[in-house]
Write a new protein. Structure first.
Ligand code: M6R
Length: 608
Protein backbone atom coordinates (compact mmCIF):
# COMPACT_ATOMS: atom_id res chain seq x y z
CA UNK A 1 0.00 0.00 0.00
CA UNK A 2 1.78 3.16 1.09
CA UNK A 3 5.49 3.16 1.92
CA UNK A 4 7.17 4.82 4.89
CA UNK A 5 10.85 5.56 5.42
CA UNK A 6 12.64 7.51 8.16
CA UNK A 7 16.34 8.16 8.79
CA UNK A 8 18.69 9.71 11.33
CA UNK A 9 22.39 9.99 10.41
CA UNK A 10 25.32 12.39 10.75
CA UNK A 11 24.88 13.54 7.13
CA UNK A 12 21.93 14.89 5.17
CA UNK A 13 19.35 12.15 4.58
CA UNK A 14 17.30 13.67 1.72
CA UNK A 15 18.86 11.57 -1.01
CA UNK A 16 18.63 8.27 0.82
CA UNK A 17 14.99 8.91 1.71
CA UNK A 18 14.16 9.44 -1.96
CA UNK A 19 16.13 6.32 -2.96
CA UNK A 20 14.13 4.39 -0.36
CA UNK A 21 10.87 5.77 -1.76
CA UNK A 22 11.85 4.59 -5.24
CA UNK A 23 12.37 1.08 -3.88
CA UNK A 24 8.92 1.15 -2.25
CA UNK A 25 7.13 2.92 -5.07
CA UNK A 26 5.56 -0.36 -6.18
CA UNK A 27 3.54 -0.23 -2.95
CA UNK A 28 1.79 3.01 -3.88
CA UNK A 29 2.42 5.81 -6.30
CA UNK A 30 -0.33 8.44 -6.18
CA UNK A 31 1.81 11.05 -4.47
CA UNK A 32 4.99 11.34 -2.44
CA UNK A 33 6.50 13.64 0.15
CA UNK A 34 9.34 14.29 2.54
CA UNK A 35 10.00 16.30 5.71
CA UNK A 36 13.62 17.13 6.64
CA UNK A 37 14.68 18.64 9.95
CA UNK A 38 16.80 21.72 9.17
CA UNK A 39 17.17 22.76 12.86
CA UNK A 40 15.49 26.18 12.40
CA UNK A 41 12.65 24.81 10.39
CA UNK A 42 11.42 21.63 8.72
CA UNK A 43 11.60 21.46 4.93
CA UNK A 44 8.29 20.05 3.73
CA UNK A 45 7.98 18.98 0.10
CA UNK A 46 5.14 17.04 -1.48
CA UNK A 47 4.08 16.28 -5.01
CA UNK A 48 1.22 14.62 -6.81
CA UNK A 49 2.27 11.62 -8.91
CA UNK A 50 5.34 9.49 -8.74
CA UNK A 51 8.54 9.85 -6.71
CA UNK A 52 10.32 11.30 -9.77
CA UNK A 53 8.29 14.50 -9.37
CA UNK A 54 9.26 14.80 -5.72
CA UNK A 55 12.88 14.22 -6.62
CA UNK A 56 12.79 17.06 -9.20
CA UNK A 57 11.36 19.35 -6.52
CA UNK A 58 14.14 18.36 -4.14
CA UNK A 59 16.84 18.93 -6.76
CA UNK A 60 15.46 22.46 -7.22
CA UNK A 61 14.95 23.36 -3.56
CA UNK A 62 17.94 21.46 -2.12
CA UNK A 63 16.56 20.84 1.40
CA UNK A 64 19.11 19.51 3.91
CA UNK A 65 18.60 17.69 7.21
CA UNK A 66 20.10 14.85 9.22
CA UNK A 67 16.70 13.62 10.38
CA UNK A 68 13.82 13.03 8.03
CA UNK A 69 10.69 11.09 7.14
CA UNK A 70 9.19 10.32 3.74
CA UNK A 71 6.19 8.58 2.22
CA UNK A 72 4.78 7.25 -1.03
CA UNK A 73 0.98 7.07 -1.03
CA UNK A 74 -1.84 4.87 -2.29
CA UNK A 75 -5.00 6.84 -1.61
CA UNK A 76 -7.60 5.45 0.80
CA UNK A 77 -9.22 8.49 2.46
CA UNK A 78 -9.11 11.50 0.13
CA UNK A 79 -8.23 11.58 -3.56
CA UNK A 80 -4.62 11.68 -4.78
CA UNK A 81 -3.60 15.34 -4.43
CA UNK A 82 -0.79 17.41 -2.97
CA UNK A 83 -2.82 18.35 0.15
CA UNK A 84 -3.59 14.69 0.81
CA UNK A 85 0.04 13.64 0.30
CA UNK A 86 2.13 12.84 3.40
CA UNK A 87 3.89 14.10 5.49
CA UNK A 88 1.01 15.87 7.23
CA UNK A 89 1.82 18.72 9.56
CA UNK A 90 0.35 20.40 12.61
CA UNK A 91 1.19 23.98 13.56
CA UNK A 92 4.35 23.83 11.50
CA UNK A 93 5.79 21.76 14.31
CA UNK A 94 4.84 18.08 14.13
CA UNK A 95 5.23 16.17 10.84
CA UNK A 96 3.98 12.62 10.37
CA UNK A 97 3.77 9.88 7.76
CA UNK A 98 1.22 7.08 8.14
CA UNK A 99 0.38 3.72 6.55
CA UNK A 100 -2.92 2.03 7.33
CA UNK A 101 -6.37 3.25 8.30
CA UNK A 102 -7.53 5.00 11.47
CA UNK A 103 -10.97 3.53 12.01
CA UNK A 104 -12.17 6.05 14.63
CA UNK A 105 -10.91 9.06 12.71
CA UNK A 106 -14.30 10.78 12.44
CA UNK A 107 -14.71 10.96 16.24
CA UNK A 108 -11.09 11.99 16.83
CA UNK A 109 -11.24 14.65 14.12
CA UNK A 110 -14.38 16.10 15.67
CA UNK A 111 -12.65 16.42 19.06
CA UNK A 112 -9.65 18.15 17.46
CA UNK A 113 -11.87 20.53 15.46
CA UNK A 114 -13.50 21.53 18.75
CA UNK A 115 -10.03 22.25 20.14
CA UNK A 116 -9.45 24.67 17.25
CA UNK A 117 -7.32 22.49 14.93
CA UNK A 118 -7.78 23.16 11.22
CA UNK A 119 -7.60 20.29 8.76
CA UNK A 120 -5.99 20.83 5.37
CA UNK A 121 -6.58 17.37 3.89
CA UNK A 122 -9.36 14.81 3.51
CA UNK A 123 -7.19 12.06 4.97
CA UNK A 124 -7.64 10.04 8.15
CA UNK A 125 -3.90 10.56 8.78
CA UNK A 126 -3.72 14.31 9.42
CA UNK A 127 -5.33 13.98 12.85
CA UNK A 128 -2.24 12.07 14.03
CA UNK A 129 -0.13 15.22 13.61
CA UNK A 130 -2.71 17.42 15.36
CA UNK A 131 -3.23 15.02 18.24
CA UNK A 132 0.54 14.82 18.82
CA UNK A 133 0.78 18.61 18.72
CA UNK A 134 -2.01 18.78 21.27
CA UNK A 135 -0.20 16.43 23.69
CA UNK A 136 3.08 18.33 23.21
CA UNK A 137 1.33 21.60 24.04
CA UNK A 138 -0.03 19.98 27.17
CA UNK A 139 3.59 19.50 28.28
CA UNK A 140 4.37 15.97 27.12
CA UNK A 141 7.70 14.97 25.61
CA UNK A 142 7.38 13.40 22.17
CA UNK A 143 7.81 9.78 23.38
CA UNK A 144 5.08 10.32 25.95
CA UNK A 145 2.88 12.08 23.38
CA UNK A 146 3.17 9.22 20.93
CA UNK A 147 2.39 6.70 23.69
CA UNK A 148 -0.73 8.69 24.65
CA UNK A 149 -1.76 8.86 21.02
CA UNK A 150 -1.51 5.09 20.73
CA UNK A 151 -4.20 4.75 23.40
CA UNK A 152 -6.57 6.86 21.31
CA UNK A 153 -6.15 5.31 17.88
CA UNK A 154 -8.20 2.38 16.61
CA UNK A 155 -7.26 0.60 13.39
CA UNK A 156 -4.06 -0.29 11.61
CA UNK A 157 -1.14 2.06 11.56
CA UNK A 158 2.57 2.43 11.07
CA UNK A 159 3.61 5.99 11.83
CA UNK A 160 6.88 7.93 11.74
CA UNK A 161 7.01 11.46 13.16
CA UNK A 162 9.41 14.35 13.74
CA UNK A 163 9.12 17.44 15.93
CA UNK A 164 10.60 20.85 15.10
CA UNK A 165 11.67 21.25 18.73
CA UNK A 166 13.64 18.00 18.70
CA UNK A 167 16.39 17.97 16.09
CA UNK A 168 17.96 14.63 17.02
CA UNK A 169 15.19 12.02 17.00
CA UNK A 170 12.40 10.55 14.96
CA UNK A 171 9.55 8.58 16.49
CA UNK A 172 7.70 5.44 15.48
CA UNK A 173 4.47 3.69 16.36
CA UNK A 174 3.03 0.45 15.02
CA UNK A 175 -0.19 -1.52 15.17
CA UNK A 176 -1.14 -4.19 12.57
CA UNK A 177 0.85 -2.51 9.81
CA UNK A 178 4.46 -3.46 9.05
CA UNK A 179 7.26 -1.27 10.40
CA UNK A 180 10.86 -2.14 11.11
CA UNK A 181 14.01 -0.46 12.30
CA UNK A 182 17.33 -0.79 10.49
CA UNK A 183 20.58 -0.21 12.36
CA UNK A 184 24.07 0.48 11.05
CA UNK A 185 27.27 2.30 12.02
CA UNK A 186 26.30 5.22 9.82
CA UNK A 187 22.87 5.76 11.31
CA UNK A 188 19.43 4.44 12.21
CA UNK A 189 16.59 3.93 9.77
CA UNK A 190 13.01 2.74 9.71
CA UNK A 191 10.75 1.58 6.91
CA UNK A 192 7.59 -0.31 6.19
CA UNK A 193 9.50 -2.65 3.88
CA UNK A 194 13.09 -3.92 4.32
CA UNK A 195 13.64 -3.43 0.57
CA UNK A 196 13.57 0.34 1.14
CA UNK A 197 16.71 0.00 3.27
CA UNK A 198 18.60 -2.20 0.78
CA UNK A 199 22.29 -1.20 0.72
CA UNK A 200 21.92 0.84 3.95
CA UNK A 201 21.86 -2.05 6.40
CA UNK A 202 21.15 -5.74 6.74
CA UNK A 203 20.35 -5.63 10.47
CA UNK A 204 16.67 -5.22 11.20
CA UNK A 205 14.45 -5.05 14.26
CA UNK A 206 10.75 -5.79 13.70
CA UNK A 207 8.44 -3.62 15.74
CA UNK A 208 5.47 -5.43 17.26
CA UNK A 209 1.85 -4.35 17.64
CA UNK A 210 1.60 -1.66 20.30
CA UNK A 211 5.28 -0.68 20.12
CA UNK A 212 6.47 2.93 20.08
CA UNK A 213 10.11 3.92 19.53
CA UNK A 214 12.42 6.90 19.87
CA UNK A 215 15.31 6.82 17.40
CA UNK A 216 18.47 8.91 17.02
CA UNK A 217 21.47 8.43 14.70
CA UNK A 218 23.22 6.37 17.39
CA UNK A 219 20.55 4.48 19.32
CA UNK A 220 16.92 3.59 19.73
CA UNK A 221 14.54 2.89 22.55
CA UNK A 222 11.42 0.75 22.14
CA UNK A 223 8.47 0.71 24.54
CA UNK A 224 6.05 -2.19 24.20
CA UNK A 225 2.26 -2.13 24.43
CA UNK A 226 2.49 -1.95 28.23
CA UNK A 227 4.92 0.97 28.09
CA UNK A 228 7.78 -1.28 29.27
CA UNK A 229 11.26 -0.99 27.73
CA UNK A 230 11.52 -3.77 25.12
CA UNK A 231 14.63 -5.42 23.70
CA UNK A 232 13.76 -6.94 20.35
CA UNK A 233 15.75 -9.52 18.44
CA UNK A 234 17.99 -8.33 15.58
CA UNK A 235 17.29 -10.15 12.32
CA UNK A 236 19.84 -10.23 9.51
CA UNK A 237 18.29 -9.93 6.07
CA UNK A 238 20.38 -9.58 2.95
CA UNK A 239 18.48 -7.27 0.68
CA UNK A 240 20.50 -6.25 -2.32
CA UNK A 241 19.26 -3.53 -4.65
CA UNK A 242 20.53 -5.63 -7.56
CA UNK A 243 17.58 -8.02 -7.20
CA UNK A 244 15.44 -4.92 -7.54
CA UNK A 245 16.80 -3.79 -10.90
CA UNK A 246 15.18 -4.45 -14.30
CA UNK A 247 18.39 -6.10 -15.58
CA UNK A 248 17.83 -4.99 -19.18
CA UNK A 249 14.12 -5.82 -19.35
CA UNK A 250 11.67 -3.04 -20.21
CA UNK A 251 9.52 -3.64 -17.17
CA UNK A 252 9.71 -5.56 -13.91
CA UNK A 253 6.73 -7.61 -15.08
CA UNK A 254 8.62 -8.71 -18.18
CA UNK A 255 11.68 -9.60 -16.11
CA UNK A 256 9.55 -11.51 -13.63
CA UNK A 257 7.83 -13.51 -16.39
CA UNK A 258 11.25 -14.56 -17.68
CA UNK A 259 12.53 -15.38 -14.19
CA UNK A 260 9.93 -18.13 -13.78
CA UNK A 261 12.07 -21.15 -14.69
CA UNK A 262 14.67 -20.12 -12.07
CA UNK A 263 12.05 -19.10 -9.54
CA UNK A 264 10.35 -22.52 -9.80
CA UNK A 265 13.73 -24.25 -9.41
CA UNK A 266 14.22 -22.23 -6.22
CA UNK A 267 10.78 -23.25 -4.93
CA UNK A 268 11.67 -26.91 -5.46
CA UNK A 269 15.19 -26.65 -4.11
CA UNK A 270 15.67 -28.80 -0.98
CA UNK A 271 12.04 -29.93 -0.97
CA UNK A 272 12.01 -33.00 -3.21
CA UNK A 273 14.34 -35.98 -3.19
CA UNK A 274 14.28 -39.24 -5.16
CA UNK A 275 10.67 -39.92 -6.06
CA UNK A 276 8.93 -38.07 -3.30
CA UNK A 277 8.56 -34.84 -1.42
CA UNK A 278 10.89 -34.52 1.61
CA UNK A 279 9.70 -34.64 5.23
CA UNK A 280 8.81 -31.54 7.26
CA UNK A 281 9.34 -29.03 4.46
CA UNK A 282 6.86 -26.69 6.17
CA UNK A 283 8.87 -26.68 9.41
CA UNK A 284 9.70 -29.01 12.25
CA UNK A 285 6.65 -31.07 13.22
CA UNK A 286 4.65 -30.18 10.12
CA UNK A 287 4.34 -33.78 8.93
CA UNK A 288 2.66 -34.76 12.18
CA UNK A 289 0.15 -31.97 11.66
CA UNK A 290 -0.47 -32.91 8.02
CA UNK A 291 -1.25 -36.51 8.97
CA UNK A 292 -4.17 -35.25 11.09
CA UNK A 293 -5.73 -32.98 8.46
CA UNK A 294 -9.28 -33.93 7.43
CA UNK A 295 -10.33 -30.70 5.69
CA UNK A 296 -8.68 -27.55 4.36
CA UNK A 297 -9.86 -23.96 4.55
CA UNK A 298 -8.09 -21.70 2.03
CA UNK A 299 -8.12 -17.93 2.45
CA UNK A 300 -6.42 -15.59 -0.03
CA UNK A 301 -6.99 -12.64 -2.36
CA UNK A 302 -6.61 -11.89 -6.08
CA UNK A 303 -4.04 -13.98 -7.89
CA UNK A 304 -3.22 -15.91 -4.71
CA UNK A 305 -6.88 -16.94 -4.47
CA UNK A 306 -6.69 -18.29 -8.03
CA UNK A 307 -3.71 -20.40 -6.97
CA UNK A 308 -5.84 -21.68 -4.08
CA UNK A 309 -8.65 -22.63 -6.48
CA UNK A 310 -6.28 -24.75 -8.56
CA UNK A 311 -4.92 -26.37 -5.39
CA UNK A 312 -8.41 -27.26 -4.14
CA UNK A 313 -8.71 -29.52 -7.22
CA UNK A 314 -5.34 -31.13 -6.45
CA UNK A 315 -6.16 -31.69 -2.75
CA UNK A 316 -9.31 -33.53 -3.72
CA UNK A 317 -7.86 -35.55 -6.61
CA UNK A 318 -4.51 -36.53 -5.09
CA UNK A 319 -4.93 -36.32 -1.30
CA UNK A 320 -8.66 -37.14 -1.00
CA UNK A 321 -9.28 -34.00 1.02
CA UNK A 322 -12.22 -31.61 0.81
CA UNK A 323 -11.48 -27.88 0.65
CA UNK A 324 -13.44 -24.77 1.45
CA UNK A 325 -12.12 -21.64 -0.23
CA UNK A 326 -12.96 -18.03 0.59
CA UNK A 327 -12.02 -14.52 -0.43
CA UNK A 328 -9.93 -13.14 2.42
CA UNK A 329 -12.11 -10.03 2.44
CA UNK A 330 -15.25 -12.14 3.05
CA UNK A 331 -14.09 -14.97 5.24
CA UNK A 332 -14.25 -13.35 8.69
CA UNK A 333 -17.67 -11.86 8.12
CA UNK A 334 -19.53 -15.07 7.31
CA UNK A 335 -19.14 -16.65 10.74
CA UNK A 336 -17.29 -19.60 9.21
CA UNK A 337 -18.10 -23.08 10.44
CA UNK A 338 -14.91 -24.86 11.52
CA UNK A 339 -15.04 -28.61 11.08
CA UNK A 340 -12.90 -31.00 13.14
CA UNK A 341 -9.21 -31.19 12.09
CA UNK A 342 -9.38 -28.38 9.55
CA UNK A 343 -6.12 -26.81 8.41
CA UNK A 344 -6.19 -23.06 7.76
CA UNK A 345 -4.16 -22.39 4.61
CA UNK A 346 -3.32 -18.82 3.64
CA UNK A 347 -1.63 -17.93 0.36
CA UNK A 348 0.00 -14.56 -0.25
CA UNK A 349 2.92 -13.18 -2.22
CA UNK A 350 3.54 -10.24 0.10
CA UNK A 351 2.43 -11.80 3.37
CA UNK A 352 1.06 -8.39 4.32
CA UNK A 353 -2.36 -8.37 2.64
CA UNK A 354 -4.57 -6.97 5.41
CA UNK A 355 -7.58 -9.17 4.60
CA UNK A 356 -5.52 -12.36 4.57
CA UNK A 357 -3.65 -11.40 7.72
CA UNK A 358 -6.95 -10.48 9.39
CA UNK A 359 -8.28 -13.91 8.44
CA UNK A 360 -5.28 -15.65 9.99
CA UNK A 361 -5.61 -13.65 13.21
CA UNK A 362 -9.32 -14.41 13.36
CA UNK A 363 -8.71 -18.11 12.66
CA UNK A 364 -6.17 -18.34 15.48
CA UNK A 365 -9.01 -17.68 17.90
CA UNK A 366 -11.08 -20.49 16.36
CA UNK A 367 -10.78 -24.24 16.58
CA UNK A 368 -8.43 -24.92 13.67
CA UNK A 369 -5.93 -27.75 13.71
CA UNK A 370 -3.22 -25.25 12.80
CA UNK A 371 -2.24 -22.62 10.25
CA UNK A 372 0.05 -22.91 7.27
CA UNK A 373 1.02 -20.20 4.80
CA UNK A 374 2.47 -20.24 1.30
CA UNK A 375 4.27 -16.93 1.08
CA UNK A 376 7.10 -15.22 -0.81
CA UNK A 377 8.37 -12.76 1.80
CA UNK A 378 10.20 -14.45 4.70
CA UNK A 379 10.02 -11.39 6.95
CA UNK A 380 6.31 -10.77 6.40
CA UNK A 381 3.68 -10.78 9.14
CA UNK A 382 1.94 -13.81 7.63
CA UNK A 383 5.17 -15.84 7.57
CA UNK A 384 5.97 -14.86 11.14
CA UNK A 385 2.49 -15.40 12.57
CA UNK A 386 1.57 -18.73 10.91
CA UNK A 387 2.32 -22.05 12.63
CA UNK A 388 3.99 -23.40 9.49
CA UNK A 389 5.38 -21.75 6.36
CA UNK A 390 6.51 -22.76 2.92
CA UNK A 391 8.39 -19.90 1.30
CA UNK A 392 8.09 -19.77 -2.47
CA UNK A 393 11.60 -18.27 -2.74
CA UNK A 394 10.69 -16.47 -5.98
CA UNK A 395 12.79 -13.39 -5.14
CA UNK A 396 11.31 -9.86 -4.91
CA UNK A 397 8.29 -9.35 -7.16
CA UNK A 398 8.01 -5.65 -7.98
CA UNK A 399 5.51 -5.48 -10.86
CA UNK A 400 2.04 -4.97 -9.45
CA UNK A 401 0.73 -7.78 -11.66
CA UNK A 402 1.68 -11.02 -10.01
CA UNK A 403 3.47 -13.47 -12.33
CA UNK A 404 6.31 -15.51 -10.87
CA UNK A 405 4.61 -15.34 -7.48
CA UNK A 406 1.62 -17.21 -8.96
CA UNK A 407 3.52 -20.00 -10.71
CA UNK A 408 5.73 -20.54 -7.65
CA UNK A 409 2.66 -20.56 -5.39
CA UNK A 410 1.21 -23.30 -7.60
CA UNK A 411 4.48 -25.21 -7.40
CA UNK A 412 4.49 -24.88 -3.60
CA UNK A 413 0.84 -25.92 -3.45
CA UNK A 414 1.65 -29.05 -5.44
CA UNK A 415 4.38 -29.77 -2.85
CA UNK A 416 1.74 -29.39 -0.16
CA UNK A 417 -0.63 -31.71 -2.04
CA UNK A 418 2.11 -34.36 -2.28
CA UNK A 419 2.98 -33.93 1.40
CA UNK A 420 -0.66 -34.39 2.39
CA UNK A 421 -0.96 -37.48 0.18
CA UNK A 422 2.25 -38.84 1.70
CA UNK A 423 1.08 -38.16 5.26
CA UNK A 424 -2.16 -40.01 4.40
CA UNK A 425 -0.19 -42.85 2.73
CA UNK A 426 -1.90 -42.25 -0.61
CA UNK A 427 -0.83 -42.55 -4.25
CA UNK A 428 2.91 -43.33 -3.94
CA UNK A 429 3.31 -44.01 -7.69
CA UNK A 430 1.48 -40.89 -8.67
CA UNK A 431 3.65 -38.90 -6.24
CA UNK A 432 6.76 -40.23 -7.93
CA UNK A 433 5.39 -39.29 -11.34
CA UNK A 434 4.53 -35.74 -10.25
CA UNK A 435 7.93 -35.24 -8.60
CA UNK A 436 9.56 -36.17 -11.92
CA UNK A 437 7.25 -33.77 -13.76
CA UNK A 438 8.07 -30.98 -11.29
CA UNK A 439 11.77 -31.45 -12.03
CA UNK A 440 11.05 -31.06 -15.75
CA UNK A 441 8.76 -28.05 -15.28
CA UNK A 442 11.36 -25.21 -15.45
CA UNK A 443 12.46 -26.51 -18.87
CA UNK A 444 8.84 -26.64 -20.10
CA UNK A 445 8.30 -23.06 -18.93
CA UNK A 446 11.43 -21.98 -20.83
CA UNK A 447 9.98 -23.61 -23.97
CA UNK A 448 6.65 -21.86 -23.49
CA UNK A 449 8.43 -18.47 -23.18
CA UNK A 450 9.62 -19.06 -26.74
CA UNK A 451 6.04 -18.74 -27.98
CA UNK A 452 6.28 -14.97 -27.61
CA UNK A 453 6.41 -14.04 -31.36
CA UNK A 454 3.14 -15.91 -31.96
CA UNK A 455 1.52 -14.36 -28.88
CA UNK A 456 2.51 -10.86 -30.04
CA UNK A 457 0.43 -11.38 -33.22
CA UNK A 458 -2.63 -12.25 -31.13
CA UNK A 459 -1.92 -9.32 -28.79
CA UNK A 460 -2.19 -6.95 -31.77
CA UNK A 461 -5.77 -8.05 -32.33
CA UNK A 462 -6.80 -8.01 -28.68
CA UNK A 463 -5.25 -4.60 -28.02
CA UNK A 464 -7.87 -3.04 -30.33
CA UNK A 465 -10.80 -4.41 -28.35
CA UNK A 466 -12.65 -3.12 -25.28
CA UNK A 467 -13.68 -6.49 -23.87
CA UNK A 468 -12.43 -10.05 -23.72
CA UNK A 469 -13.74 -13.40 -22.47
CA UNK A 470 -11.54 -16.14 -21.05
CA UNK A 471 -12.84 -19.71 -20.98
CA UNK A 472 -11.58 -22.80 -19.20
CA UNK A 473 -13.07 -25.96 -17.72
CA UNK A 474 -12.31 -27.78 -14.48
CA UNK A 475 -8.87 -26.95 -13.15
CA UNK A 476 -8.42 -24.50 -16.05
CA UNK A 477 -11.24 -22.24 -14.94
CA UNK A 478 -9.06 -20.58 -12.24
CA UNK A 479 -6.33 -20.21 -14.88
CA UNK A 480 -8.86 -18.46 -17.15
CA UNK A 481 -9.71 -16.21 -14.17
CA UNK A 482 -6.04 -15.44 -13.67
CA UNK A 483 -5.63 -14.64 -17.40
CA UNK A 484 -8.58 -12.26 -17.28
CA UNK A 485 -7.35 -10.58 -14.08
CA UNK A 486 -3.92 -10.03 -15.66
CA UNK A 487 -5.41 -8.50 -18.81
CA UNK A 488 -7.78 -6.10 -17.04
CA UNK A 489 -5.22 -5.10 -14.42
CA UNK A 490 -2.51 -3.89 -16.78
CA UNK A 491 -4.25 -3.14 -20.11
CA UNK A 492 -7.55 -1.79 -18.65
CA UNK A 493 -9.50 -3.97 -21.10
CA UNK A 494 -12.65 -5.29 -19.47
CA UNK A 495 -12.19 -9.05 -19.19
CA UNK A 496 -14.17 -11.86 -17.60
CA UNK A 497 -13.67 -15.57 -17.14
CA UNK A 498 -16.23 -18.36 -17.33
CA UNK A 499 -16.21 -22.11 -17.04
CA UNK A 500 -16.87 -22.83 -20.74
CA UNK A 501 -20.00 -24.86 -19.99
CA UNK A 502 -21.64 -21.79 -18.45
CA UNK A 503 -21.52 -19.80 -21.70
CA UNK A 504 -24.93 -20.90 -22.91
CA UNK A 505 -26.46 -19.90 -19.58
CA UNK A 506 -26.02 -16.19 -20.32
CA UNK A 507 -22.66 -14.87 -21.51
CA UNK A 508 -23.19 -16.27 -25.02
CA UNK A 509 -25.39 -13.21 -25.59
CA UNK A 510 -22.20 -11.11 -25.56
CA UNK A 511 -20.59 -12.96 -28.44
CA UNK A 512 -20.15 -11.12 -31.74
CA UNK A 513 -17.20 -10.22 -33.96
CA UNK A 514 -16.02 -7.63 -31.44
CA UNK A 515 -15.68 -10.10 -28.60
CA UNK A 516 -12.35 -11.92 -28.50
CA UNK A 517 -12.64 -15.26 -26.69
CA UNK A 518 -9.46 -16.78 -25.31
CA UNK A 519 -9.98 -20.46 -24.54
CA UNK A 520 -7.74 -22.84 -22.62
CA UNK A 521 -7.96 -26.19 -24.36
CA UNK A 522 -5.61 -28.88 -23.07
CA UNK A 523 -5.94 -32.50 -24.20
CA UNK A 524 -7.90 -33.96 -21.30
CA UNK A 525 -11.14 -35.74 -20.50
CA UNK A 526 -13.06 -32.46 -20.83
CA UNK A 527 -11.57 -31.60 -24.24
CA UNK A 528 -14.53 -32.85 -26.28
CA UNK A 529 -17.05 -30.95 -24.22
CA UNK A 530 -14.92 -27.83 -24.37
CA UNK A 531 -14.64 -28.03 -28.14
CA UNK A 532 -18.46 -28.14 -28.35
CA UNK A 533 -18.58 -24.97 -26.25
CA UNK A 534 -16.05 -23.32 -28.56
CA UNK A 535 -18.04 -24.35 -31.65
CA UNK A 536 -20.97 -22.45 -30.10
CA UNK A 537 -18.76 -19.35 -29.97
CA UNK A 538 -17.56 -19.84 -33.55
CA UNK A 539 -21.10 -20.31 -34.84
CA UNK A 540 -22.00 -16.87 -33.42
CA UNK A 541 -19.12 -15.06 -35.08
CA UNK A 542 -16.95 -14.76 -31.94
CA UNK A 543 -13.21 -14.27 -32.48
CA UNK A 544 -11.58 -17.38 -31.00
CA UNK A 545 -8.00 -17.71 -29.76
CA UNK A 546 -7.13 -21.11 -28.38
CA UNK A 547 -4.28 -21.97 -26.03
CA UNK A 548 -3.68 -25.71 -25.97
CA UNK A 549 -3.50 -28.79 -28.10
CA UNK A 550 -7.09 -30.01 -28.09
CA UNK A 551 -8.45 -27.77 -30.85
CA UNK A 552 -6.77 -29.73 -33.65
CA UNK A 553 -9.86 -30.42 -35.78
CA UNK A 554 -11.71 -27.18 -35.18
CA UNK A 555 -10.49 -25.69 -38.44
CA UNK A 556 -9.11 -22.63 -36.69
CA UNK A 557 -6.47 -20.55 -38.44
CA UNK A 558 -2.99 -21.56 -37.22
CA UNK A 559 -2.28 -17.97 -36.22
CA UNK A 560 -5.07 -18.17 -33.64
CA UNK A 561 -3.73 -21.32 -32.00
CA UNK A 562 -1.00 -21.53 -29.38
CA UNK A 563 0.26 -25.06 -28.86
CA UNK A 564 2.14 -25.72 -25.64
CA UNK A 565 4.86 -28.29 -24.91
CA UNK A 566 3.72 -31.69 -23.61
CA UNK A 567 3.65 -31.79 -19.82
CA UNK A 568 2.20 -33.97 -17.06
CA UNK A 569 -1.49 -33.16 -17.02
CA UNK A 570 -1.50 -32.33 -13.30
CA UNK A 571 1.01 -29.51 -13.87
CA UNK A 572 -0.53 -28.07 -17.04
CA UNK A 573 -2.29 -25.23 -15.12
CA UNK A 574 1.18 -23.84 -14.30
CA UNK A 575 2.37 -24.10 -17.89
CA UNK A 576 -0.79 -22.61 -19.42
CA UNK A 577 -0.45 -19.51 -17.25
CA UNK A 578 2.71 -18.36 -19.03
CA UNK A 579 1.25 -17.50 -22.49
CA UNK A 580 -1.58 -15.62 -20.76
CA UNK A 581 0.95 -13.51 -18.84
CA UNK A 582 2.86 -12.73 -22.05
CA UNK A 583 -0.40 -11.90 -23.82
CA UNK A 584 -1.45 -9.35 -21.17
CA UNK A 585 2.02 -7.84 -21.11
CA UNK A 586 2.14 -7.43 -24.91
CA UNK A 587 -1.41 -6.02 -25.07
CA UNK A 588 -0.57 -3.49 -22.34
CA UNK A 589 2.64 -2.56 -24.17
CA UNK A 590 0.64 -1.83 -27.33
CA UNK A 591 -1.90 0.21 -25.39
CA UNK A 592 0.86 2.20 -23.70
CA UNK A 593 -0.33 1.70 -20.12
CA UNK A 594 1.87 1.93 -17.04
CA UNK A 595 2.59 -1.79 -16.85
CA UNK A 596 4.47 -2.04 -13.56
CA UNK A 597 2.32 0.49 -11.75
CA UNK A 598 -1.18 0.29 -13.25
CA UNK A 599 -3.61 3.02 -12.30
CA UNK A 600 -5.38 2.83 -8.92
CA UNK A 601 -3.50 -0.28 -7.78
CA UNK A 602 -0.70 -1.07 -5.34
CA UNK A 603 1.45 -4.13 -4.88
CA UNK A 604 0.79 -4.83 -1.27
CA UNK A 605 -2.75 -4.16 -0.04
CA UNK A 606 -2.23 -3.48 3.65
CA UNK A 607 -5.67 -1.95 4.25
CA UNK A 608 -8.95 -3.83 4.50
O1 M6R B 1 0.38 -10.28 -1.71
P1 M6R B 1 -0.86 -11.09 -1.97
O2 M6R B 1 -0.57 -12.30 -2.78
O3 M6R B 1 -1.62 -11.41 -0.73
O4 M6R B 1 -1.77 -10.14 -2.85
C1 M6R B 1 -3.08 -10.49 -3.20
C2 M6R B 1 -3.60 -9.66 -4.33
O5 M6R B 1 -3.65 -8.32 -3.96
C3 M6R B 1 -2.71 -9.79 -5.59
O6 M6R B 1 -2.57 -11.11 -5.98
C4 M6R B 1 -3.31 -8.98 -6.76
O7 M6R B 1 -4.52 -9.55 -7.16
C5 M6R B 1 -2.31 -8.92 -7.92
N1 M6R B 1 -2.06 -7.55 -8.26
C6 M6R B 1 -2.76 -9.60 -9.14
O8 M6R B 1 -1.83 -9.52 -10.17
Amino acid sequence: MCGIIAAATEKSVGKLLVQGLYKMEYRGYDSAGVALHQIDDIAHLRSLGKVKKLESKMVKEKPKGKIGIAHTRWATHGKPSEENAHPHVSNNRVFIVHNGIIENYVALKEQLLKKGYKFNSQTDSELIAHQLDFFLNQGSEMLEAISLLKEKLEGAYAVAAIDLKNESHFYLMRNKSPLLLGQSDSGMFAASDPLALADLTNEFVFLEDGDVAEVSAKEYKILDKNQKRAIRKITTIDVSSEAMGKNGYRHFMEKEIYEQPTAILNTLDGRIGGEDVLENIFGEGSNKLLSKVERIQIVAAGTSLHAGRVAANWFSAIANLPTQIDYASEYRYKNPYVDKNTLLLTISQSGETADTLGALRYAKERDYLGSLTICNVPTSSLARESDFVLLTNAGPEIGVASTKAFTTQLTALMLLTLSLAKARKLNPRLRGRVVGALRALPEKITESLELKPKIIKIAKEIAKKDNALFLGRGIFYPIAQEGSLKLKEISYIHAEAYPAGELKHGPLALIDKNMPVIALAPENELAEKLISNLEEVKARGGKLFVVGNAAGNMKLKAKNLINLPECDFLLTPILYTVPLQILSYEVALLRGTDIDQPRNLAKSVTVE
